[in-house]
Design a protein around this ligand. Structure first.
Ligand code: 5GP
Ligand code: MG
Ligand code: MG
Length: 183
């Protein structure tokens, strides 16, 4: 698995620092607000647990699964709800936990859904943000790292469902993609 990585973009240490920084920020911003973290499966699992254990406040966590990429490296544009929340978000302070924001379509879909369900306040905490990829205006409030338009894997992020368990974020060797080109 590690042999397939061309270079590391964010090391275990880099990510740990980002989780600590944002966890502290959220602790300050959400005192007494009892937020509910909405972790977007599957990519945001590692990020969610690492940030939440840095949050020294009362907070809930729930999970939602949406699909947009259908396994490859290019966004399909269509978002589908694959697994819904178990919590009722009406009147709640919600923090969407994302792995990466590219076109912004997934995030916009989630924001629209949560607004429709009467969430009181919706903020977004993402490990990675690719601002150049945006096709809709959705914005993150808490960002680990901004990166250029590049396809990355690791720390929750997959290529064809693999590499999620790499503890760091990196770029795959072009040979791994075969005919399937990254964006
Ligand atoms: P968006 O809807 O913003 O275009 O894309 C959001 C989703 O696409 C992310 O949650 C993630 O699952 C996937 N995605 C976007 N960029 C990347 C990337 O560089 N690497 C991987 N593995 N997935 C990505
Ligand atoms: Mg995601
Ligand atoms: Mg994916």
């Amino acid at each position: 698995m590690n042999n397939d990585i061309e270079r590391t973009l964010y090391s275990v240490e880099d990510i740990k620092e980002a989780a600590h920084r944002l966890g502290q920020q959220l602790t300050e911003d959400y005192q007494d607000k009892r937020p509910i973290l909405i972790s977007v499966l599957k990519g945001a699992i590692l990020w969610t647990v690492d940030v939440m254990r840095e949050m020294d406040i009362m907070a809930e966590v729930d999970f939602i699964d949406v699909s947009s990429y259908h396994g490859g490296v290019a966004s399909a544009g269509e978002i589908q709800l694959v697994h819904d929340l178990s919590a009722d978000v009406a009147g709640r302070n919600v923090i969407i936990m994302e792995d990466i924001i590219d076109t912004g379509r997934t995030l916009q879909f989630l924001i629209d859904l949560l607004k429709q369900r009467q969430a009181k306040d919706i903020k977004v905490c993402t490990l990675l943000d690719k601002p150049e990829g945006r096709v809709v205006a959705a914005k993150a409030d808490y960002v680990g790292f901004k990166l250029p338009k590049e396809f990355v894997v690791g720390y929750g992020l997959d290529y064809k469902e693999f590499y999620r368990n790499l503890p760091y974020v990196g770029v795959l060797k072009p040979s791994v993609y075969e005919g399937d080109r990254p964006e």
